[in-house]
Design a protein around this ligand. Structure first.
Ligand SMILES: [Zn+2]
Ligand SMILES: [Zn+2]
Length: 377
């Protein structure tokens, strides 16, 4: 450890304040910037000073529906710098740049033995908090990372990787899990409906698995980004009927696989119609319970399969860390808006009402950090 680094460490441990700013969820569609205590840490825990936290569709759903009790602090795509470590922590020291993955399963229960980790009670017990109920907590200046997440869910960020790139570890993992559920075979044709940041990551991963990818979206701005990433078959759903367009690209059959990366349940039926007989449809964004009309014969007679995937898999953690940290994809390109912590209510508002130009939205408590606290932005 060189001297310059030592100075930074001392500086940081001395400057942990008693209180901090945080975006506190107070009830349905009510998130306020408040002053709250900086969380205390236990012997096996670490305190992370948050640089960047991605805004995720599931945060927005929880805020809009009131599915979780208030008060709490959301935000789970968190990267930052270790500010303090408990006395039993050996893996990390202050000033380490880290990304925190808040969901780790027990690996022992019925669901874990059947590899449905997202249904495990330990997995659901979020191990990261900025105070109140554990809920990620990345929309705050500091988060407390609990011991099992320190051991298994916290990853150092290499020097050449930015906090922004690193905060994609969790969303990439969820996309990898969705792709894995589809058991893609090389040469298959995949239609991804929706080219927001998640739709684009899913498309990239489908192509990585050997598929030919067709993308569709209502916003030409998003299709332009998809094109710039090498997706030549794009369907402007504001101009053309997606089902017809896909059939014309697949000798009239439909895509082998359709990925629905838009939350709108009215798109389930068209997604099934755009799939060939014997194909699969992945519902990736249907996080709200409700009802949809489907044709049961499409499943029985046409042998189409409806597949779902939610949240992340611990088995894919290494692969998603490698993908992000090796910069297999420049994920920063998907970022359209960066907000300071003070502006977080506005950031959440924009994310809940996406505009043609909005892609990944980040809240960055570390927006104005001095460079030595993390050389990357
Ligand atoms: Zn997420
Ligand atoms: Zn379990």
């Amino acid at each position: 450890m060189n001297i310059a680094r030592q100075v930074v460490i001392e500086d940081q441990t001395q400057t942990i304040p008693a209180t901090m700013q945080a975006a506190v969820y107070r009830g349905i569609s009510d998130v306020r910037l408040e002053t709250v205590p900086v969380p205390a840490i236990g012997p096996g825990e670490i305190l992370v000073r948050v640089h960047t936290c991605g805004v995720c569709g599931t945060d927005l759903k929880k805020i809009a529906t009131g599915s979780h009790s208030a008060p709490r602090i959301f935000g789970h795509e968190t990267s930052g710098v270790v500010a303090a470590v408990g006395e039993k922590v050996k893996k990390f020291t202050p000033a380490d740049r880290v990304v925190v993955f808040h969901h780790i399963p027990c690996r022992e229960c019925y669901y874990c033995r059947h590899k449905t980790f997202a249904q495990c009670a330990t997995y659901k017990k979020v191990g990261c908090t900025a105070g109140f109920e554990p809920s990620g907590g990345g929309f705050a200046e500091y988060v407390r990372v609990m011991d099992w997440i320190v051991d298994q869910g916290t990853v150092k960020i290499p020097d050449n990787v930015s906090f922004e790139q690193a905060c994609f570890v969790e969303p990439v993992n969820t996309c990898m899990k969705g792709i894995e559920a589809l058991r893609l075979e090389p040469g298959e044709t995949v239609l991804t409906i929706g080219q927001g940041p998640i739709g684009i990551i899913l498309s990239i991963l489908a192509r990585r698995a050997g598929a030919t990818v067709i993308t569709s979206d209502l916003y030409p701005e998003r299709l332009k980004i998809a094109k710039s990433l090498g997706f030549e078959h794009t369907i402007d759903a504001s101009q053309r009927d997606t089902v017809e367009a896909v059939r014309s690209l697949t000798a009239g059959r439909g895509a082998d696989v359709v990925i629905l990366a838009v939350g709108n349940n009215a798109l389930v039926r068209p997604a099934m119609n755009a799939t060939r007989a014997g194909g699969r449809v992945l519902l990736f964004a249907q996080t709200q319970r409700g009802e949809v009309v489907i044709d049961p014969a499409a499943i029985c007679v046409d042998e189409k399969a409806l597949v779902g995937s939610y949240s992340a898999s611990v088995d894919l953690q290494q692969d998603s860390v490698r993908f992000v940290m090796n910069r297999e994809m420049d994920l920063e390109r998907l970022v359209s808006h960066r907000f300071s912590l003070e502006e977080s209510p506005r950031a959440l508002e924009l994310a809940a009402h996406p505009q043609p130009s909005s892609m990944k939205i980040l809240i960055q408590p570390g927006m104005n950090w001095k460079s030595q606290e993390g050389t990357q932005k």
